[in-house]
Write a protein that binds this ligand. Structure first.
Ligand code: HEC
Length: 257
């Protein structure tokens, strides 16, 4: 899952299936996972990582600077990693630039609904579709992917990928989603076109399906978007790319001279 804007998910639970209660709890799970970083129980667990860190010249020093003593513990690793991830925020996409140009806190939703001067007509149409609920002729995406951070609404239930779904999945912020090649918790969709088709006509019913994805009579929605509207929605999603973030020196390898 993308790490950008993680701090804005109000629910705090992490991973696609929300199995970690907090960001702190999340950070050391991949370290201890056999197929991720390999410090699993058979390989000595987190303690074997801690022993490695203790003998490096700089880590005890850095832990002392931050926590007051050189002790390296799982708790401290979690606190430090979680704060680092919270620092990864996106605010330089074309969406952010356009919103800043029209921003007016006195107007509804701070005026995000007005056309952005830095957008093409197609991108502005896509924004309108993203923001407008299906009952008013839109695609209703912002009902769950909240403006302006594009983090998932904490009350969101599932989006109906599979019939009979019982698990409530979580999505990362949609910022930089256009830089991905696989989408959804199992990466089953491989283009934004497929994502848009899913919401247009592919939503499946099940106990976990969110009511916001139900149409009249409670059945899964059919948005009936035109080809031009689907293309506009995709064009809008691409304006959430924040290349300034993905190229910022602060997130490059700290061990380079
Ligand atoms: C009812 C809430 C809800 C609505 C409305 C909704 N989504 Fe989602 N969206 C989700 C959930 C939940 C996931 C994660 C599903 C999963 O991984 O199984 C998701 C995942 C996604 C992803 C994949 C993110 C990734 O990193 O893999 C994209 C892209 C997306 N939604 C776009 C949209 C668009 C575009 C719309 C409007 C047409 C929309 N969503 C409407 C809840 C919603």
């Amino acid at each position: 899952m993308r790490l950008v804007n993680t701090r804005y998910y109000a629910g705090a639970s992490m991973f696609w299936d929300k199995r970690a209660a907090t960001l702190e709890d999340q950070t050391t799970q991949p370290i201890q996972h056999a197929v991720e970083m390999g410090f699993d129980a058979a390989h000595g667990g987190i303690d074997s990582l801690i022993r490695k860190l203790q003998v490096l010249p700089y880590y005890p020093e850095l832990f002392k600077m931050v926590f007051g003593s050189p002790d390296i513990t799982e708790d401290r690793i979690q606190l430090a990693l979680a704060q680092f991830i919270r620092s990864i925020e996106s605010f330089e996409s074309r969406f952010d630039e356009g919103f800043a140009q029209v921003f007016n806190p006195a107007l509804p939703n701070a005026n995000v609904g007005t056309d952005f001067p830095n957008y093409t007509a197609e991108e502005n149409l896509g924004k309108t579709l993203f923001l407008t609920p299906p009952v008013a002729g839109g695609a209703g995406c912002a009902g769950c992917h909240s403006i302006p951070t594009f983090s998932l609404d904490v009350a969101s239930r599932s989006n109906g990928l599979d019939a009979g779904e019982t698990i409530i999945f979580k999505a990362p912020s949609l910022k930089n989603v256009g830089l991905e090649s696989h989408f959804m918790h199992d990466g089953r969709l491989t283009s934004l076109e497929e994502v848009i088709e899913h919401y247009d006509s592919g939503v499946q019913d099940g106990p976990a399906l969110d009511n916001r994805l139900r149409g009249p009579g409670g059945v899964p929605q059919q948005l009936n978007l035109t080809a031009a509207e689907k293309a506009a929605l995709k064009a809008f999603l691409l304006t959430l790319n924040d290349v300034a973030l993905t190229t910022t020196a602060a997130y490059s390898d700290p061990f380079l001279p």
